[in-house]
Write a new protein. Structure first.
Length: 473
């Protein structure tokens, strides 16, 4: 009887022990995964930058081998992109981030690992982008993997990962590849001959696979990243999409994306010389990228894990010395900065949530018209670029048209049932309702200090020749 009682007591204790071990091993992954999943669930729509891979996923799932029906042949975009897509993108990003985080723990300790996870959770952009089907994020997976091998001391695997990322997904990864490769050579982690052999073999293999797959999908001989490189770097056509000053990444993009991690990153470099060999090549990468006039935060997203590692070293040092007089004040300031960072991330999330008016407009239209008669919807370029994808479409009786270049005065001569358009007034159509979208932030003297500004972005118009539309309120 006594033995049986002891077993009953031991069983719950054993279960708690297993749960504790699981949380200790995978707790940070659960936290980061939950935040990333929340962002993906709350903001399901996509922007124009993500459209190619989203439409590709749709066509592969629905059209299978009927390539002639694929969306990219009608709307190819500015430059071709590879069809080697990751359907479980968020999971893969977080898995590679975990591998890197484990190397951070091995090299710098448990406290640094903990602050690395906390820092990542505080920053909106990295986890938000982790589930976005962008070529940058596909390359980001391999960059994270390269970082983990770099910290581990496996130079060959580091170079292979960066080669695949450059050749297949983002040719501009070469700007990161170069500084890391030079660091490996200067530190004598790899010989020049070994590096060349490793990179050339990997590059040739990847080019062969990319050309084979993408030539079939695009129906012409093609290596996508070569055309991307020619378009962006040689012709410098990317500047047509807007430009920023040379310092923009350092004075705007990094402060917004890293928040409290940005100043802590600088402090970490001063406090621990071991991290400098990793941070300096990454800063060189950002500096090289700054030479290109067209700048976007997502272009340098691959630099953030390394910079977060440096920031985590500083945060860990402050935490470990928090009971000392001067350090205690620094610790309080750091905690306050963490709270401010949370507030900034919440505001950024709310802005992103309201930044896809096209997707919300199409959803609202579907809900507003439940009739079974056939309907033809025209979606203008602005609406398509701000939330509409093939996954947003419904089956019969709904049909959709994304024809571009139609003058606004010619819509009255077309037989569209509905228009989703950025213009609030179109002849021959009645404006049924409008969808608001994010337009900016305004500082206020009272709490909360920031106000989210919204204004009508997409207007839903109905054809006035349709009696049901005319009679509707």
């Amino acid at each position: 009887m006594a033995a049986a009682a002891e077993e009953k007591v031991a069983a719950p204790s054993s279960s708690r022990g297993r749960l504790s071990k699981l949380l200790q091993e995978f707790g940070w992954d659960l936290m980061l995964g939950s935040i990333a999943a929340f962002y993906a669930f709350m903001v399901p729509y996509t922007k124009v930058e993500e459209s190619f891979n989203v439409q590709a996923m749709h066509d592969i799932l629905y059209h299978h081998h009927h390539i002639e029906k694929y969306d990219h042949l009608d709307f190819p975009g500015v430059v071709p992109r590879t069809f080697i897509v990751r359907l479980a993108l968020g999971f893969i990003v977080l898995l590679t981030l975990r591998l890197f985080r484990l190397q951070v723990r091995r090299k710098f300790g448990y406290h640094v690992e903990a602050f690395f996870a906390i820092m990542t959770a505080l920053q909106f952009h990295l986890l938000f982008y982790s589930t976005r089907p962008l070529p940058n994020i596909l390359a980001f997976c391999l960059v994270n993997l390269a970082y983990s091998f770099w910290f581990k001391g496996d130079s060959s695997a580091t170079l292979k990962c960066l080669t695949v990322a450059t050749v297949v997904f983002r040719c501009d990864t070469m700007l990161l590849f170069g500084p890391i490769g030079i660091e490996l050579l200067l530190s004598k982690s790899v010989s020049l001959l070994e590096a060349i052999k490793c990179c050339v073999i990997t590059a040739l293999l990847c080019i062969g696979i990319s050309v084979l797959v993408d030539s079939i999908m695009w129906q012409r001989i093609l290596w996508p990243e070569l055309e991307v490189f020619w378009f962006n770097s040689v012709l410098n056509r990317s500047s047509e999409w807007g430009t920023h000053p040379l310092h923009w990444y350092f004075t705007s993009a990094l402060p917004r994306s890293m928040l409290v991690g940005y100043p802590l990153c600088m402090i970490g470099m001063v406090l621990d010389r071991r991290i400098r060999r990793y941070v300096l090549p990454v800063f060189l990468f950002i500096l090289f990228y700054s030479k290109l006039p067209h700048k976007e935060l997502r272009f340098i997203l691959g630099s953030i894990p390394i910079l977060n590692a440096s920031a985590s070293i500083a945060a860990s040092r402050v935490y470990n010395n928090r009971k000392k007089k001067i350090w205690s004040w620094i610790y309080v300031i750091m905690l306050g900065s963490f709270i401010v960072s949370v507030g900034c991330s919440i505001v950024t999330f709310m802005a992103s949530y309201n930044n896809y008016p096209g997707g919300y407009a199409l959803k609202a239209l579907h809900q507003a018209d439940a009739s079974t008669k056939e309907k033809l919807v025209h979606i203008d370029a602005f609406t398509a670029m701000n939330g509409v994808s093939r996954f947003s479409e419904n089956e019969y009786p709904w049909r959709y048209c994304k024809e571009e270049g139609i003058p606004i005065e010619h819509f009255g001569n077309r037989n569209f049932t509905y228009l989703l358009n950025e213009h609030h007034s179109i002849n021959g159509y009645k404006c049924l309702f409008a969808i608001n979208g994010f337009s900016g932030l305004r500082f206020r003297r009272h709490f909360p200090p920031l106000a989210l500004l919204k204004e009508p972005k997409v207007f839903i118009h109905g054809n006035i020749e349709d009696k049901d539309i005319v009679s509707s309120d």
